[in-house]
Design a protein around this ligand. Structure first.
Ligand SMILES: Cc1ncc(COP(=O)(O)O)c(C=O)c1O
Length: 391
């Protein structure tokens, strides 16, 4: 090994000793309710393919048709020759979904956040960020070089105190997940909207885990709370309930124009691949036309959450498809994850830095395509995992 990299073995050993080394497990099938791992069928309880759309025939057809017409890759960044009329069609659909004037599609949700936040705020400005926001928001805040004030999770009073206390005369941005990715609870959006409007702050929300799952038509948390038109910057992903890949920001025309010029995660990267765009467009139709999928996700999530509580697990508040089962230390969460795996349930332990130290957990997610048999399988496995945690 080159001398300059001689620090690597120790860095890896330290992570391993702290139960924080992450390793990949390879899956040989699509993210359906059952997947093939090491040649064995496993119950999948860890995918964000909440509505089962990653394998929906109409979504697959959307992807295939886009490949046939536009090819496998877009071939350049959006500002060079990568912008397809298909991208624009998707942006118009997303703008309508989120009650915004315009929208912009990014190759990933991660890029949407790290590309957009530094355009909204920079040095001399202040960002108020929920302490449990997703890593891509945290990274966007860091890249902005604005002052970042983390407020207590989902606490509007703590946010308003922080906004009142700021002395900065620069721009003020409030940013929050709507459904928190690792906990599964919902931000108090109506109160956040009021605070933003009262204090002249810009509110940006991340609808990654709400789109397709919440709201009468599946438009997300903004629709769920009846706040259409009152959230000026709405970010989301195409890669979770929509079953495709990519991210987006729905906003007003001026900000969309500025993002097209200034968002580095949009400008300096190849455009989203046609297959993902075609799949996402078809998925939006399915979200609209098959509301039973949403109902099923909520019914499955309630049942899984109740099962875990009856077994004595500490289950976090659940508002969407994510069921957070708190374990505590990383080693215990690993043991619980291993117990699930022994029962052929795939739901890896979630450890720092994805969650704060001492809050390692099983992050269980349900899909519309899980049936009663799958939930009984989950119950058996959770019961085995409970023994491990209690021991
Ligand atoms: C809340 C949240 N925002 C953004 C992202 C990033 O989205 P993508 O997976 O499309 O990059 C994720 C993905 O895990 C997420 O959970």
């Amino acid at each position: 090994m080159s001398e300059g990299l001689a620090w690597l073995p120790q860095a890896l050993a330290e992570l391993r000793d702290a139960d924080l080394l992450r390793e990949l497990t390879y899956c040989a099938s699509s993210p359906g309710p059952e997947v093939s791992v090491d040649g064995e069928p496993h119950l999948l309880l860890a995918s964000n393919n909440y509505l089962g759309l990653a394998t929906h025939p109409a979504v697959l057809k959307g992807a295939h048709d886009a490949i046939d017409r536009y090819g496998a890759g877009a071939g350049a960044s959006r500002l060079v020759t990568g912008s397809l009329d298909l991208h624009r069609r998707l942006e118009e659909r997303l703008a309508a979904l989120k009650s915004s004037q315009d929208a912009l599609v990014f190759p990933t949700g991660y890029q949407a956040n790290v590309g957009t936040i530094p355009v909204l705020a920079g040095p001399g400005d202040t960002i108020f960020s929920d302490e449990l926001n997703h890593a891509s928001i945290i990274d966007g805040c860091r890249l902005s070089r604005a002052e970042v004030v983390r407020y207590r999770h989902a606490d509007p009073d703590a946010l308003e105190d922080a906004v009142r206390a700021t002395r900065s005369t620069g721009r003020r941005v409030i940013v929050t997940d709507t459904v928190f990715s690792m906990d599964g609870d919902l931000a108090p959006l109506p109160a956040l909207v009021d605070i933003a409007e009262r204090h002249g702050c810009t509110l940006m929300v991340d609808e990654a885990h709400a789109t397709g799952v919440l709201g009468p038509s599946g438009a997300g948390a903004i629709e769920h709370f009846g706040l259409g038109g009152r959230v000026p910057v709405v970010m989301g992903t195409l890669s979770k309930a929509l079953g495709a890949q990519g991210g987006y920001v729905a906003t007003n025309r001026e900000l969309a124009d500025l993002l097209r010029t200034r968002a580095r995660g949009f400008v300096f990267t190849t455009a989203l691949a046609p297959a993902a765009v075609g799949a996402a467009l078809a998925a939006l139709d399915v979200v609209r036309d098959e509301p039973w999928r949403r109902e099923r996700v909520h019914a499955n999530a309630s049942r899984l959450s109740e099962q875990a509580q009856e077994l004595g697990f500490r289950v976090l508040r659940r508002d969407a498809a994510v069921v957070g089962v708190l374990v505590g230390e990383a080693a215990d969460a690993l043991a619980a994850g291993a117990a699930l795996r022994a029962e052929r349930v795939w739901a890896p332990a979630i450890r720092p830095p994805s969650v704060p130290p001492g809050t390692s957990r099983l992050r269980l997610t349900v899909m519309a395509s899980h049936d009663d048999g799958h939930l009984e399988w989950a119950l058996r496995a959770l019961s085995a995992a409970r023994q491990t945690v209690a021991a």
